[in-house]
Design a protein around this ligand. Structure first.
Ligand code: NAP
Ligand code: ZN
Ligand code: ZN
Length: 354
């Protein structure tokens, strides 16, 4: 018998999120049931729900930065035990057979990984995310959370953390490298912390200087305002690596021109609009324009362990679930310092007794 659990869902692209119930499947032999404690609020939740990336099926529950405790395991489960602190990120399964999956890049599964929400699970059901009290996930896609980081500060690592760690590691941010982070929101603030910990010289490019002191505390060496056109002159041909986390359309060529010889701009921000790259901007300095999507399961575990080792966690504002609609508006207004995280106990308290 499936279990009925409390959740916050929207019924259309324009409807606010509201209390509802959803079904979670029975725990199969390889599944674990997780009592969710905290769920991070990613800008992708908003893009998805509002139909920015295309029409979706409603009612939909979003949330793919899930931290909680194992409360039940299937008969064949070996990786997790009841009582373990665990997390779930953006994927809950993949084909496991394609060359990318076999190489540990489940996020690039050639059949498409199964997204934590708004996906089609192996049993054909529509996946529903972490703004809920429980989730059932196959054990291989469940991460072990470091003891050293509290639940609320670890949850956003499952998306914001891995999405920035992966390109910084792949493009070798480190000593002697000049790294710029565009946009100081959920992803951006994690990119700053990682790039600093990896030993790079870190510059934040934010719309204004309003977040400057915070950026310096996070480990940035320099902060510039992109509203000031002089920034683009001062930093021309300067960076080895730029991580663009901006959720909206940008004049991408203006940012590409900040790359020095052989520099790469990696877009992790996912605006619905096309970004119009001029090839001549790439010809100069032999520049590269790249994209990157979350990270593989082993890499996500490595990122969590890196955070524990380097004392890195997310800067969060914990919110009760009944303020989620206002929180989304603040995310859209670039007014998040630096990740909203829902205290799921407040959802349990709101839910009618089963
Ligand atoms: P967020 O917290 O809202 O941060 C985005 C930041 O971008 C804002 O804080 C703001 O920083 C800047 N910004 C927003 N609108 C802007 C505009 N019109 N012009 C210039 N800068 C603007 O969002 P997030 O959760 O970090 O997500 C960022 C993007 O990454 C979203 O599009 C999300 O869907 C995408 N994403 C991609 C992946 C992936 O795998 N590639 C994974 C997760 C999320 P300042 O105030 O500092 O300017
Ligand atoms: Zn996300
Ligand atoms: Zn695959």
């Amino acid at each position: 018998m499936p279990t009925t659990v409390a959740a916050y869902a929207a019924t259309s692209a324009t409807a606010p999120l509201a209390l509802t119930t959803i079904e979670r499947r029975d725990v199969g032999p390889h599944d674990v049931r997780i009592a969710i404690r905290y769920a991070g609020v990613c800008h992708s939740d908003i893009h998805t729900m509002r139909g920015d990336w295309g029409a979706i099926t409603y009612p939909q529950v979003v949330g793919h930065e899930i931290a909680g405790e194992v409360v039940e395991i299937g008969s064949e489960v070996t990786r997790h035990a009841v009582g373990d602190r665990v997390g779930v990120g953006c994927m809950v399964n993949s084909c496991r057979k394609c060359e990318n999956c076999l190489a540990g890049f489940q996020q690039y599964c050639l059949e498409g990984n199964i997204q934590t929400y708004n996906g089609i699970d192996v049993d054909g059901s529509h996946t529903q995310g972490g703004y809920s009290t429980e989730i059932v996930v196959v054990e291989d896609f469940v991460l072990k959370l470091p003891e050293a980081i509290p639940y609320h500060a670890v949850a956003p690592l499952l998306c914001a953390g891995i999405t920035t760690y992966s390109p910084l590691a792949h493009w070798k941010a480190g000593p002697g490298k000049r790294v710029a982070v565009v946009g100081l929101g959920g992803l951006g603030h994690m990119a700053v912390k990682f790039a600093h910990a990896m030993g790079a010289e870190v510059t934040v490019l934010s719309q204004s200087l309003a977040k400057k002191d915070d950026a310096l505390t996070m480990g940035a060496d320099h902060v510039f305002a992109t509203a000031d056109r002089a920034t683009f002159k001062a930093l021309a041909n300067h960076f080895d690596l730029i991580i663009n986390t901006v959720s909206a359309e940008l004049d991408i060529n203006a940012y590409l021109k900040l790359l020095r010889l052989d520099g790469t701009l990696v877009n992790v921000g996912a605006p619905p609009e096309k970004l119009g790259v001029r090839v001549f901007t790439l010809f100069d300095n032999r520049r590269s324009f790249a994209g990157s999507s979350i990270g593989g399961i082993d890499e996500t575990q490595a990122m969590l362990d890196f955070c524990a080792e380097h004392g890195i966690a997310c800067d969060v504002e914990v919110i009760p679930i009944d303020t989620i609609n206002e929180a989304w508006e603040r995310v859209l207004a670039s007014d998040v310092r630096y990740r909203f995280v829902i205290d799921i106990d407040t959802l349990k308290a709101e839910a009618p007794a089963a």
